[in-house]
Structure formats: C-alpha cells, structure tokens
Design a protein around this ligand. Structure first.
Ligand code: CUA
Length: 345
C-alpha cells in the first residue's frame, strides 16, 4: 500500500475525474467565501467597535451596486453548481448502452457477483479494463450500499428492488470495495476487492475457474425445473404469455396500463404475478415467492433477456431447445389488442 497522504482516493474511472473536479470547485467556493466572511466579521468588529458611550449610528444609504453584486455573484456561482452537479449526476445515472452487465447480490455480510457468462464471485469482482460495467444490484436481507471509492461509485442495494450503478475503469489494479450502509454486526467486514484486468487477462480469467454455464443457460434450466414452460409456451398459445421478444418492450395490462418489460417487471411477475396481469390472460399464475432466491431470479431474468435477443448473441441459450427470438412486440401470440400502443388509463 502506498503510504503517501492523499486528499482524494485514487482516480480509476472516467467519472472519478468529473466528480473530483466538481468537488474541487465546491470546496474552492466554500473556502474562499468562508475566509472572506470570517475576515470581514473580525475586520468590521474592530473597525466599527463602540468608541464612546451614547454613540449613535448615522444615516445609512443603501449601496445599490454592492447589493446587486452580492446577489448576482453568488447566484451565478450557485447556478454553476446546479448545472454542473446535474450533468455529473445524469452521467452517473445513465449507463452507456454498450456496458457489460454484472449482477450483484448483497447479504449479511458478503457481496455476491454473477457474470453473464456464468462466473460467480464472493467479495471480489473482476472486470476488464476500458469497458463500461453496469451493476444490477439487489439485497437478500437489509439495505447495504455498494461503495467503490476509486471509481466514485456508491449506490444503495435494497431488498426487493433492483438498483443500477455503472463505472468505466481506466486503470488496471486492485481497488477497495466497501459496504457503506450500516447493516449489522459485521458491517465493517463486508468488504472486498475490485480487480481491473487487461482485456486479454480478463478473458483468460473468465474462461478459467468454475467454467460453469452462462447465466441464461442456468436460467433456462430453472425455467424448465419450475415448470414455467408448461404455461409460457413458444410452440403454441399457452395459458401464460409467450416470453420471446418480451424483454425491453412495452406490455399492455388488463388494467389498461402499459409497462416496460424491464428487470423489475420480470422479477415482480415471478414473485407477485397478480400485480400486473398481461391483457388477454387470466390471473392464474401462482407466486414463486420462497421458491426462488435472488440469484435464481437474476438467472431467470437473464434467460428472459436472452429470449429477446436476435440469434447469435453470445448470451443466447444453447440452441435446440428454443427457437430464435421474435423481433416483434412483447405481448406476442394471442396477447390482447394491438400490443405496444400506449393507452391512456
Ligand atoms: Cu452491508 Cu453494511
């Protein structure tokens, strides 16, 4: 470890630079104005001290120019903070489209990561250099917070919800991972390491180790095991909607609402199927609450995702069992009237 003193942690991501510049601006403004204010407090206290008994304040005219200046200058400085801060915030909250996806599950007291290719890790995360990484995160128990100082990423990990964070590593090396939300006795031990590797090295790492099947393939097995395929058929109309081409498309519900089929929607439809019933279908699906873990859910989601991708994508499930995904709308098959049309409730 480098024993030299650092004011800020190492910068190892594209956002780190932007966050630091903003932080330095905020700090500079704060320091300059605090200094000025303290200087004038003492200066005026001395200059305008009471010199004699019965001293009276004279007639004071308001200095218009001064008043305009001390309103306009802080206003400009604040607006810079606002627009700059908003732009960094938007950058941090929008993962690039080409980002690779990694799933993270937090639990007391460890971090579990699953790669789309099937690799699993605990308290470690290996990522390739020079590629944006998108984290889709959830918790099995309480609120945790995924904190990687070198990338300036800190995001809450919540039970029952998916949150996403992303970073684009710019330097190879090993970096700290912390839990930044008090989550019980061993919160301080809920730590780990992020390894940023050269792309070739990363490929070797991915190929080695457990060498299991892809997340989508595991999800497909679960799909069969849980007998989902009995109703969600691809060969003929089933009792449940056909899931091919579903992910990422709008779905029309019996309530008249239209929702986007994202991770949260798929998760909810497995755990609480009656919450959002697809138009044209009966509310007959049983809940799978308690039958699937958070990690199972992520595998099922990745499988449903793989059904939406055109043939030949690397994460597609093994060929044979599933016909190529349809490029059409989410609620294909016999699902209701004109799927995809956005309707007013
Ligand atoms: Cu998990 Cu603190």
């Amino acid at each position: 470890m480098n024993p030299t003193f650092r004011l800020l942690p190492e910068q190892a991501s594209t956002t780190a630079v932007h966050v630091d510049h903003l932080a330095i601006y905020l700090m500079t403004v704060a320091v300059i104005f605090s200094t000025l204010i303290f200087f004038f407090i003492f200066y005026f206290a001395v200059k305008y001290r009471r010199r004699a008994e019965h001293e009276r304040t004279g007639d004071i005219k308001s200095p218009l120019l001064l008043e305009i200046l001390w309103s306009v200058i802080p206003f400009i400085l604040m607006m810079v903070m606002f627009t700059w801060g908003a732009s960094v915030f938007f950058e941090m909250s929008r993962p690039p489209d080409d980002a690779m996806n990694v799933y993270v599950v937090g639990k007391q007291w460890m971090w579990k990561a699953q790669h789309v290719e099937g690799q699993r890790e605990i308290n470690q995360l290996h990522v390739p250099l020079g590629r944006p990484v998108r984290l889709t995160m959830t918790s099995e128990d309480v609120i945790h917070s995924f904190y990687m100082p070198a990338f300036r990423v800190k995001f809450d990990v919540l039970p029952g919800r998916y949150t996403t964070a992303w970073f684009h590593p710019t330097k190879p090396g090993q970096y700290h991972l912390f839990c930044a939300e008090y989550c019980g006795t061993q919160h301080s031990g809920m730590i780990g390491s992020i390894y940023v590797m050269e792309p070739a090295e990363y490929e070797t790492w991915l190929a080695g180790g457990a060498g299991g099947e892809s997340l989508a393939a595991n999800g497909q097995k679960l799909f069969q095991y849980l007998a989902c395929a009995n109703c969600h058929r691809t060969d003929k109309p089933g009792r449940g909607p056909n899931l091919e081409g579903l992910f990422g498309t709008p779905v029309q519900l019996t309530s008249g609402e239209t929702v986007n089929a994202d991770e949260a929607y798929v998760r909810e439809s497995i755990l609480n199927p009656s919450a959002k019933v697809v138009a044209g279908f009966q509310n007959i699906m049983p809940t799978f609450q308690g039958l699937v873990t958070e990690e199972d859910l992520l595998q099922l989601i990745e499988y449903v995702k793989s059904l939406a991708k055109p043939k030949g994508q690397p994460t597609a499930p093994p060929s044979g069992a599933m016909p190529p995904a349809l490029a059409g709308r989410g609620t294909s098959g016999k699902a209701g009237p004109k799927s995809g049309t956005v309707q007013k409730r």
